[in-house]
Structures are given as C-alpha cells and as structure tokens.
Design a protein around this ligand. Structure first.
Ligand SMILES: [Zn+2]
Length: 240
C-alpha cells in the first residue's frame, strides 16, 4: 500500500509537532507533506520584536532541516480567512512573500499550494497555475474554475476508519483544532499498515506524471486516466 499524508497548519507556534515526530518513531519510513503557514500571526504575536521572530524562525528551520521527510508546502501567507479570495496582483504578492520567507530561512519547499479553508478566487488559481504550482483541492468540493491546472485531492480524512483495502491512500488532517487533528486522531493513525510505502505529495505527483508517459513502454494506459483508477487496476493491468 502506498500512503500519502498531508497535514495543514504547520508553523513555529502551532502545537503537536512532537506528535509528528512520535508518529515517525512508530513508522520509520514515514513521510508527510505539511501545508505550512509562512507567517503565522501567532508567531508574530509571540515574538516581542523582529529579532525575536527571526530567532524563533531560525530554531524552527533547524528542526525542519533535521527532518527532511517533512515536506514543506505553502499554505496561504498569514492564514487570514479569505486571503486568497483576491485579484491576480495580490495573489502573486502573497505567493512570492511566502516563497521569499522560506528562502530567507533556507527552508526547502515544494510548489504545492493549499489556501486557508480551500478558499481561492479564480484569479488566485490562475496565478498558481502560471507559477507552476499544483493546487491541493477539497475532496468534498473538487471543482476548479480554470483548466490545465495540476491538482491534488485527498481520499481519507484522519478521523475516518482507515481504508485498509485501498492500494493508495491519500490522508489529510490538521495540526490542531479540527476533528481530523493529529492529537485527536493519533490512535487511528497507528492503524496504518507497518509495511506501507510512504510518499510525499510531490513524490506522488511525480509518480502520477510518470504513469502518463508509461505509454511509451507499450502499456495500455488511457490518456487522462486518473492515477487512482490506474492504481485500482481500472486503466491497465500492468501497474499497481
Ligand atoms: Zn489552514
């Protein structure tokens, strides 16, 4: 079984990082993609001044560096409600500001974006697509307003019974404060099989693209067959 896990709202000042590390102790091959708030207002509020903010961020960046199996992907900028319900100019500013902050603190990140509460204007989708981003979309509301956009959609929320019979499971949860938060669902997360192969979201996306080009090897892959169908054996018999 392949398992991809994503978790929302990682930031220096949001609790339960210790639980991610504890999960790694249980699953040594664990990988997780963390949708990370570049400039969480809580981190600003906790810091007395700019220097403090920098110190907090440096220490946090050092922890992330020790744990490269945690993949960082931007999640808004301040994580203000509706901040991505904006025009193109503003969307570009927000995305570049997040990139620049991560770069400044030498935090590697991938071009996979999730908006706070999934809320985005068509302009924001367009900017992300044109900047080469994959956009994480809501399983329960998967329609996107533009074409030619690479999207990532979860299939299992951490609080739901673990889907033991799927070949590929795309789990989704939160750091804190939601019913699928890691502190509330930790025992459920221990129901994942011990021999699972973990992929980050970006690794999954790479594999997804590879499946499309596998046609050259003489395999019968129908163009545009979603990777999920291919993994379930609906598109071809030779992959799985
Ligand atoms: Zn969030």
């Amino acid at each position: 079984m392949k398992i991809i896990l994503d978790i929302d709202d990682l930031s220096p000042s949001i609790p339960n990082m210790d639980l991610i590390l504890k999960l790694k102790e249980h699953y040594p091959k664990l990988k997780i993609t963390a949708f990370t708030i570049p400039a969480d207002t809580r981190t600003f509020n906790d810091s007395r001044d700019k220097e403090d903010f920098s110190k907090v961020y440096d220490q946090w960046a050092a922890i992330l560096k020790e744990n490269p199996w945690i993949e960082i992907a931007p999640h808004g900028f301040f994580h203000n409600a509706g901040e991505m319900l904006c025009d193109e100019e503003k969307a570009k500013q927000i995305i570049l500001a997040g990139e620049n902050l991560f770069k400044h603190y030498k935090i590697p990140f991938v071009k996979i974006f999730k908006a706070p509460k999934w809320q985005m204007s068509p302009a924001a989708y367009t900017v992300l697509r044109d900047m080469g981003y994959t956009v994480a979309i809501d399983r329960n509301n998967p329609t996107v307003p533009i074409s030619n956009l690479k999207t990532y959609k979860f299939s299992w929320s951490f609080e739901e019974p673990f889907p033991k019979n799927e070949k590929i499971v795309k789990g989704h949860g939160h750091m804190v404060g939601m019913e699928n938060a890691i502190d509330l669902t930790f025992t459920n997360l221990l129901n994942m099989p011990d021999d699972a192969e973990f992929l980050t979201v970006s690794e999954y996306m790479e594999e997804y693209e590879h499946l499309f080009s596998a046609q050259q090897d003489g395999q019968q892959i129908i163009p545009n067959t979603p990777a999920e169908q291919i993994f379930r054996g609906e598109g071809t018999q030779r992959l799985g």
